[in-house]
Structures are given as structure tokens and as C-alpha cells.
Design a protein. Sequence first.
Length: 336
Amino acid sequence: MGVARGDKPLKRNLFRILVVFLLVILGARSLNLLKIPQTLATFSFSLPSSFWERVLYAGLPTLVLRASQPPRPEEGNLWPFYLQALAPGLVKMLTAEEEEYPSPGILESPPPPPPIDITQLEEGRKHPLVAIYNTHNAESYAPSQGAEKLPGQNGGVVQVAAVLAETLTQDYGIPVVRSETIHDYPDFTLSYANSEKTVRRMLAENPSIQIVLDIHRDAGLKQPPVAYINNQEVAQILIIVGSNARLEHPNWRQNEVFAQKLAAKMDKLYPGLSRGIRVQQGRYNQHLHPRALLLEIGSSNNTLDQAERSAKLLARVIAEVLQDLKHENPLKQPES
């Protein structure tokens, strides 16, 4: 979608329409033209994800993607550049990867927490050692479930989390606390702000917790990450460690050290199960506990069976890591 060279009236009209649109949506907050970039960047994060889906289908990404690059003089088309100048926050949001970028106020003044449904899997055990939850509950496995995501529902990753918890409890006698609270609906951009409340609740009610796991699945891979273990296809597991690149997280190296232990145990017990460790800019609630990790179990193009088999193998890995931890200094819980 562009403007033909030399078509000045059309270009002026399109630019005027854009300016009018920006002023209308900002009118309820501010009409100070000098603050339009900052106001729009903040306002864009408050809009529901469904709005941006409609914008995407309408073709705006073409303009935004072009606006993210300097205009070339030979094109004679500068109006996408005006969009970038007026709304850098909008450009950044629509050209970013899936991971959300919450506004600065979300973590400081979160909305009232949603109802939390926490299920302790081993009845009668009051000291769970592992906490399991899903920030992106809708994530699923397309070959088995017909879609990569099931918005508003607990998708495949929640089933995989359930298998992991059940195997830890029944096969290895490890008490687990698990949440099936939906965090990514109706507003996907609030997923981590919502799941942070769940993690804080878990830790407050269960100070015995030694490991916190957020179960996801990867996406965008051309081929499903598969390993052959015990003559079966299993989904490989990628360990994600958050850093302090965007938000305060001074002790993130503790999570990285634990990730290395978990990966090393996978390599020892089940070579090929681990896809390694990736450090990313997000914090992913890992500032709440020194042994908190995000695990990508397979990808959207793995089958649910492959992911569930991985969860069963992962349970043994975690059980042995917990045995190793008994020989270390007692865990000092971070302040909430």
C-alpha cells in the first residue's frame, strides 16, 4: 500500500486522514501536539489485542514496516515516515516479535488480580517443591489440536504442564502446586502482569517451593524440534532465561546458573532432549525466585503426544536435580 509518485493531492489527503485519526483517538487524553509521540505510544498499549488484529488485517503493517526503515528519496513517498515520527510506540509494537512489551505503569500499579485457581496435585502434602503455571495458556500444538492457539482456553501447553505435574507426583513422589488460571485473555499484552500475581500467590502460600516453571511452546520454526529417545519421538525443550535488559532484575544470573544445571542433567539422562539455553531481554517473572525458568516444550508444529512424552522425561530430570539440591545450601527465598 503506497502513494504514486507525483500524486500530491492524494498524498496530502492520506496524510490529513492519518492526522485526523490520531487526533480523534488522542482527544480523550490530550490535544497537546508536542506530546503526540509519547501519548500515542502509551495509548497504544491500552488498546485490546483484538483492535490490533483488525489493524493488521486492514493492511497497516505494510505502512509500519516501511516506516521502520528510512525513506528512499527515489520513491518520493514520505508519508510512512510521518507515521513513524508521530507514533514510534505504535511502530515498535506492530513490528515486534510475539513477546509483549507492557507499559511502564503495569508492574507498578497492576489492576485487581483475577480469580486464581490453584490446584495442589498431591492431596495431603502441604510442602510442594515445584510450582508450575502457564503465562500463555492458549498456546497449542497445531498437528494435534488444529490450531496454534486456542484464545480464551487452556491449550496444549496446559495439558503438557498437567502431565509434568502428574508424573512428578505419582512417579517420583514430589509434591507440586499448579495453576490453570488463564493469563493471556482477553488482553494478551497483560499476560505476564497477570501471571506474576499467580506466582506471587503460589510463593506466599507455599514457601517450600524450590523450582518455578512457566510452560510454553515455541513458534515460527520450519521443522518441529524432535529428538529420538527410547525409540520414540519427543519434543525438544528450550530453556529461556530472562535478563535485566528491559526491567530491573539484578539477580538474573542465579536463574541462569540453575538453567545450566537443568540443561546438564538433561544432557546426561536424555541426550538430545535439550535445545540449550537462550538468554532473552524479558524478565518473565523470574525475578520472583532464583530457580524460576521458562521452558519451551516443543513448538507449534510438534504433536501433543511428542510434547507430553517430553514432559514425562523432564519429570525425571527435575526429580534428580532436586536430589542434587539437597546437598547445597538451603534456598533463601527472595522478598516478594
